[in-house]
Design a protein around this ligand. Structure first.
Ligand SMILES: NC(=O)c1ccc[n+]([C@@H]2O[C@H](COP(=O)([O-])OP(=O)(O)OC[C@H]3O[C@@H](n4cnc5c(N)ncnc54)[C@H](OP(=O)(O)O)[C@@H]3O)[C@@H](O)[C@H]2O)c1
Length: 375
C-alpha cells in the first residue's frame, strides 16, 4: 500500500527564484528489488549544499512558508542562471546519503525487512526513501543509523584517494582542509596502510585534531614559514600527488611549486624546463569559491591539474573494487570511518533561516545531521 511522507525539494524557476520547501509525496510500493527505508539520519555535506542552494545569493533569503509547511526563497543572480539552466523548473530532491530502517521490501529483498541500513542515491532529506537493493548496505548489529548515515561519500572518497595514488605510482599524498571529517578518515587510512600523508590545515585547533588521531606531518598554512616547511616535508616523503578541497585561490599552485622545489633539490644541474618529476594536483572541492590561481612559471612542465569526483572514480574502478572498499567501510564504520556531528535537526528545522546559516558555514566539527523522525 502506497505511503506518504515529506521530502525536501529545491527548485529554481525561469525568473531566478530558488525555493526550498517540504513537499508531501506519495511513495509507491517497492519493486521486486527495492525497499522502502524510514530515514532516521542524513548528513548535510558540503556536496549537498551545492544542490540545495545552487548559485543563490544567500543574503536574499526570505521566509515564504507557514509553520506547518516551511519554505524559503532566494534570488539567483542572472549571471549565474546559465550555469544551472539544466535544472530550471525541476523540483529536485536533496540529500546524497543517509541511514534508517527498512519498513517495506519487494519480494527479492524481504531479508532486509526491519533491518537498519545505510544508503546512497539522493533524496535522503525525506521521511521515506524508496531505493534499489544495490544502493543499501545492511548495518552490523549494534550500529546505529547515526553511525551509518555518512558511510558512503566521505569514506569511499578517502579510500578512493589512496587507491588513485597507488595506481598512479605516487609514494605519498598532500591533503588540504585536512581536519575535515573526510581528512580525518584519510589520515586514519594512511596510518593503517603505511602511506605518508602531509596534512595542510589553517588553524592551531585543526593541528591538534589531527595530532590527536596520530598524524605526524601537519602544516598550518597561516603560519610563517609554511611554504618552506612544505618543501621539506615533500622532499622527506616524496609526495607527488595532492588532493585539494579548497579549490579557489593559490594553495594548489603553492603545493605544485613545493613539489617542484623538492624535486630540483635532487638535481645536480640546471634544466631550463624544470625537473622531470611528474606532479598531480586533484581538486575535489571548492571550499574557497574564488578562481583558482596557478603560477605556471613556478613548477616546470611535468604537472597536471584535474578534478576528482567520487562517482567518476567508482565508475572507472569497477564493481569489484567498489565492493572491496564498501566492505572495508562496514568493517571500520565506528573507527576509521566515524563521522562527528555538532547538531541534529528535523526536516522543518533545516528550513529555519538561523539554522540554515549555521550549517552553511562548513566549519570544522560543525557538521549537521537531519533526523526526519524529529519534528
Ligand atoms: N569530489 C568528491 O567526490 C567529494 C566527495 C566527498 C567530499 N568532497 C569534498 O570534501 C570536502 C570535505 O568534506 P567534509 O564533509 O569532510 O567537510 P567538513 O567535515 O564539513 O569540513 C569542512 C572543512 O573545510 C574547512 N574549510 C572550509 N572553508 C575553507 C576554506 N575556504 N579554506 C580552507 N579550509 C576550509 C573547514 O575548516 P574551518 O573550520 O577552518 O572553516 C573544515 O575543516 C568538501 O569540500 C566536500 O565538497 C568531495
Amino acid at each position: 500500500m502506497a505511503m506518504t511522507g515529506r521530502e525536501m525539494r529545491s527548485w529554481i524557476d525561469e525568473n531566478g527564484t530558488l525555493t526550498l520547501s517540504l513537499e508531501t509525496v506519495t511513495i509507491a510500493d517497492p519493486g521486486d528489488d527495492e525497499v522502502i527505508v524510514r530515514v532516521e539520519a542524513a548528513p548535510i555535506n558540503p556536496s549537498d549544499l551545492g544542490l540545495l542552494l545552487g548559485p543563490a545569493d544567500l543574503s536574499s533569503i526570505s521566509e515564504v512558508g507557514t509553520p506547518g509547511k516551511p519554505a524559503l526563497t532566494f534570488h539567483v543572480p542572472t549571471a549565474r542562471l546559465a550555469g544551472v539552466r539544466g535544472r530550471l523548473g525541476d523540483s529536485l530532491p536533496v540529500g546524497n546519503e543517509g541511514a534508517g530502517t527498512v519498513v517495506a521490501a519487494g519480494r527479492n529483498a524481504t531479508a532486509l525487512l526491519g533491518k537498519r541500513v545505510g544508503m546512497i542515491g539522493g533524496g535522503m532529506y525525506a521521511d521515506y526513501r524508496r531505493i534499489g537493493r544495490p544502493d543499501v548496505l545492511e548495518l552490523p548489529d549494534g550500529v546505529s543509523a547515526v553511525d551509518g548515515a555518512s558511510m558512503f561519500i566521505n569514506p569511499l572518497t578517502a579510500l578512493g584517494f589512496v587507491e588513485t595514488a597507488r595506481r598512479e605510482g605516487h609514494k605519498a599524498i598532500v591533503h588540504t582542509a585536512a581536519a575535515s571529517n573526510l581528512g580525518q578518515m584519510l589520515q586514519k587510512i594512511c596510518l593503517t596502510d603505511g602511506v605518508p600523508l602531509i596534512n595542510i590545515v589553517r588553524s592551531p585547533a585543526q593541528v591538534e585534531i589531527l595530532r590527536n588521531i596520530g598524524a605526524t606531518h601537519i602544516l598550518n598554512s597561516e603560519e610563517e614559514g609554511f611554504s618552506g616547511r612544505l618543501v621539506d616535508l615533500i622532499a622527506e616523503t616524496g609526495a607527488t600527488v595532492a588532493f585539494d578541497s579548497v579549490g579557489g585561490g593559490a594553495l594548489g599552485s603553492m603545493i605544485l611549486q613545493a613539489m617542484e622545489r623538492a624535486a630540483t633539490r635532487r638535481m645536480t644541474r640546471f634544466e631550463r624546463y624544470g625537473s622531470d618529476s611528474f606532479k598531480q594536483l586533484y581538486i575535489y572541492g571548492v571550499l574557497n569559491a574564488a578562481p583558482t590561481r596557478l603560477n605556471c612559471l613556478a613548477f616546470g612542465w611535468q604537472w597536471r591539474v584535474s578534478g576528482w569526483l567520487l562517482w567518476t572514480f567508482l565508475r572507472g574502478a569497477g564493481r569489484d573494487v567498489e565492493d572491496r572498499l564498501r566492505q572495508r567501510v562496514v568493517a571500520e564504520l565506528t573507527t576509521t570511518f566515524a563521522s562527528t556531528y555538532s547538531r541534529t535537526i528535523g526536516l522543518g528545522e533545516a528550513l529555519q533561516p538561523d539554522i540554515l546559516q549555521a550549517y552553511l558555514l562548513k566549519a570544522t566539527g560543525q557538521k549537521f545531521l537531519i533526523d526526519p523522525t524529529r519534528d
